[in-house]
Design a protein around this ligand. Structure first.
Ligand SMILES: [Zn+2]
Length: 449
């Protein structure tokens, strides 16, 4: 087995309580030691931060069905380039991931790609139609821990309650796209003075908050687990904060675009800024930042939503919602939240890796970085400055709202079960990938048998 030591790095490992200088030795698929020793091949990592590989709770990889926008191979390449070692693709594919067959197809494609551990999210309802429950039990049996109709809200409180009750049998999680649809018919942006000026139909913040309040009440009443995706309003942050105080089993995420961008960008009608839930006000952005700082919001998740240019580059009303996220999340977190004084570096890694892994019962990811643990790691240069250029992203699509933005922090190495997926800033050719994820024991991949 190959032995390699990263020397002189700043290890930031919230799960292990470590935040200081050390050498990290990797032997085969595992961490062999963290400390003073140097064994095997030496890789100078002075100036780099060594952290657990990032974990994304919310990505759209588009396969099966929309391979023109993204595939599991290109999406997991984008993820590795962004420092991720685990991603959770959403169920709104074609066919929908609403039964075990599609889950197994996604897992197989992900193993073949070999660049990330992939934890598919199953649908809550058949065909995302909001009626009959999907095959939750059969999907749980092949390792699915979270169910979501993301993109489509579960409108019926009765269906949501049954889903929560059923998922509780496996201690699984329901993540409902929070949008009360009777309030958002035809909505194209946040409802505000600006939407009136622009003549665009508004998406009121209450449409999100009503759904979140409902789901928190239902989950609290049942003692079931609920996850609130892409929190975008001040009211939602408050609702989650209060629910946590009451003891509701809730976790929540925010996206980099919702803690960075405001609705004012919509003024130019550039569809790259069209997203669901929409970009909100500066006050909402501030509230989301505060929620991440105080832990109300557990995780930073990308809601990576690639669209082919023929789709996305249409007039505002026709363009689909969604933005890329996997390759910019780490740098946006460092630039906007750590430099903004809201998060320490360790808290940032916690929100990007440790907390999301814990929130979804994913073991072997998110740290701790210690002897015997799977070597799922990211090493990044926190001082490297770079400018986002859509042309060089690894995603198959180009719809990043951050083009031209100057950011701090760049991934140098990503290791998945001890194998480089990114080395010296470049994606490792698939021919040279050692697919350790395929051979890792099932319990290490978080699969409950
Ligand atoms: Zn959504």
């Amino acid at each position: 087995m190959s032995v390699i030591t990263f020397t002189g790095c700043h290890v930031v490992d919230p799960a292990g309580g470590r935040d200081g200088m050390a050498n990290v030795t990797v032997e085969g698929p595992r961490v062999a030691a963290v400390g003073e020793q140097v064994e095997g091949t030496r890789v100078d990592a002075a100036g780099l931060v060594c952290a657990p590989g990032l974990v994304d709770l919310h990505a759209h990889l588009r396969e099966p069905g929309r391979e023109d926008a993204e595939t599991i191979t290109t999406g997991s390449a984008a993820a590795a380039a962004g420092g991720y070692t685990a991603i959770c693709p959403m169920a709104n594919t074609d066919p929908v991931c609403d039964h075990a067959g599609v889950v197994e197809q996604v897992l197989r494609l992900a193993r073949d790609a070999g660049r990330c551990d992939v934890y598919p999210v199953g649908a809550v309802t058949r065909g995302l139609a909001g009626g009959e429950l999907a095959e939750i039990g059969a999907m749980a049996a092949v390792g699915v821990r979270c169910f979501s109709d993301d993109g489509m809200p579960v409108q019926s409180a009765r269906v949501m309650r049954r889903a929560l009750e059923y998922a509780r049998t496996w201690d699984a999680i329901i993540a409902n796209h929070a949008e009360e649809a009777t309030l958002t018919e035809g909505a194209e942006m946040n409802e505000s003075d600006l939407s009136a000026v622009l003549g665009l139909h508004g998406w009121p913040h209450e449409a999100e908050e009503i759904m979140v309040a409902r789901d928190l009440l239902l989950a609290g009443g049942l003692g079931a687990r609920v996850h609130i995706p892409h929190v975008s309003t001040r009211g939602t942050v408050d609702l989650v904060r209060q629910a946590k105080i009451r003891g509701v089993r809730v976790t929540a995420e925010a996206t980099p675009h919702h803690f960075t961008l405001t609705e004012d960008l919509v003024s130019g009608y550039d569809p790259v800024y069209k997203v669901n839930p929409p970009l909100r006000t500066a006050g909402d952005v501030q509230a989301v930042r505060e929620g991440l700082a105080d832990g109300t919001l557990d995780a930073i998740a990308t809601d990576h939503a690639p669209h082919a240019s023929e789709q996305k580059d249409q007039e505002w009303p026709q363009a689909p919602c969604g933005m890329l996220g996997l390759e910019t999340a780490l740098a946006l977190t460092l630039t906007e939240l750590v430099d903004g004084g809201l998060l320490s570096l360790s808290d940032a890694i916690n929100r990007l890796s440790t907390a999301p892994a814990r929130s979804r019962d994913i073991t072997g990811q998110g740290g701790p970085i210690q002897t015997g643990a799977p070597a799922n790691l990211v090493l990044f240069d926190p001082e490297a400055r770079w400018t986002v250029d859509p042309a060089v992203l690894h995603s198959r699509s180009r719809n990043t709202p951050f083009a031209g933005r100057r950011l701090r922090g760049r991934v140098v190495h990503t290791l998945l079960h001890g194998a480089f997926t990114v080395r010296e800033g470049s994606l490792v050719d698939p021919l040279f990938l050692t697919d350790r994820s395929a051979t890792a024991p099932a319990e290490e991949r978080g699969v409950i048998s």
